[in-house]
Ligand binder design. Structure first.
Ligand SMILES: Nc1ncnc2c1ncn2[C@@H]1O[C@H](COP(=O)(O)OP(=O)(O)OP(=O)(O)O)[C@@H](O)[C@H]1O
Ligand SMILES: C[C@H](N)[C@H](N)CCCCCC(=O)O
Ligand SMILES: [Mg+2]
Length: 226
């Protein structure tokens, strides 16, 4: 089962958690690939850092273009980054890359850009893309002051789109967050989807180490329970 990874905001930890999920699935012998449909901000090689990390964390040999069909130079909102270079993001191109990856894998882990409702063109958003891909959503909550509101708004938006929230991950961005456990408990009480894991703050972020904190059984259980 493939998943669409969204976050409470840009910088919430989507790439870290997406790579951690890829490592966790690969450790079970699954064929997995990361997917970054739209990336804003690229290196000198015209490739995006998130897409490179996702590609490296996968267990199949995917081309860069399959993993990241749209990459724009400016690290700004994607529809603006696209417009700056005279491009309109078109979903059929993204869906074609997704199908190529899905055809070679057991799981595709698709990382959105920024938060759930980030625009991708003049009419469509990241949420519309998740809907067209028809994927259950995993929400990465970047644990810092303000995340309760962002997390609950996002859960509501996922439901509004009639998408399944397959789970959420508490990613401890702020090592010194006051009342961290109480904040996690507050979300647990309000989000019906399972908490898949708590990723501690890491001085040197490492997706493989983070994967040890994820419980994939909670995803699998949901599939079995139906
Ligand atoms: N648990 C953590 N501990 C310490 N640093 C973290 C943790 N999670 C993420 N980070 C760091 O925070 C930054 C943002 O994380 P990440 O790139 O995964 O966010 P993102 O949601 O993918 O952002 P974007 O919207 O740009 O794709 C990165 O520098 C990452 O290494
Ligand atoms: C460039 C950055 N790292 C992300 N890929 C894009 C974040 C877009 C955020 C747009 C917004 O919500 O204002
Ligand atoms: Mg990212």
């Amino acid at each position: 089962m493939s998943y669409f990874i969204t976050g409470t905001d840009t910088g919430a930890g989507k790439t870290l958690v997406s790579c951690a999920l890829l490592h966790a699935f690969a450790a079970q012998g699954r064929r997995v690939a990361g997917f970054k449909p739209v990336a804003a901000g690229c290196d000198e090689d015209d490739h995006n850092e998130d897409a490179k990390l996702l590609r490296a964390a996968g267990s199949i040999q995917a081309t860069y273009g399959q993993v990241n069909p749209y990459c724009f130079p400016h690290a700004i909102a994607p529809h603006l980054a696209a417009r700056h270079v005279g491009v309109r993001i078109e979903f059929p191109r993204i869906l074609a890359s997704y199908r190529e990856l899905a055809g070679q894998t057991d799981e595709v882990i698709a990382e959105g850009a920024g938060g759930f409702l980030v625009p991708l063109n003049d009419r469509q958003t990241s949420a519309d893309l998740a809907k067209q891909l028809d994927l259950p959503v995993i929400l990465v909550v970047g644990m810092r002051l303000g995340c309760l509101n962002h997390a609950l708004l996002t859960v509501r938006a996922i439901a509004d789109y009639q998408l399944e929230c397959a789970g959420w991950v508490a990613n401890v961005l702020d090592a010194g967050m006051p009342a961290l456990q109480e904040n996690i408990d507050a979300l647990r009480e309000r989000i019906a989807a399972p908490l898949l894991g708590i990723i501690p703050h890491q001085a040197m972020p490492d997706a493989r180490a983070a994967s040890a904190h994820l419980n994939l059984e909670l995803l699998e259980k949901k599939q079995i329970d139906g």
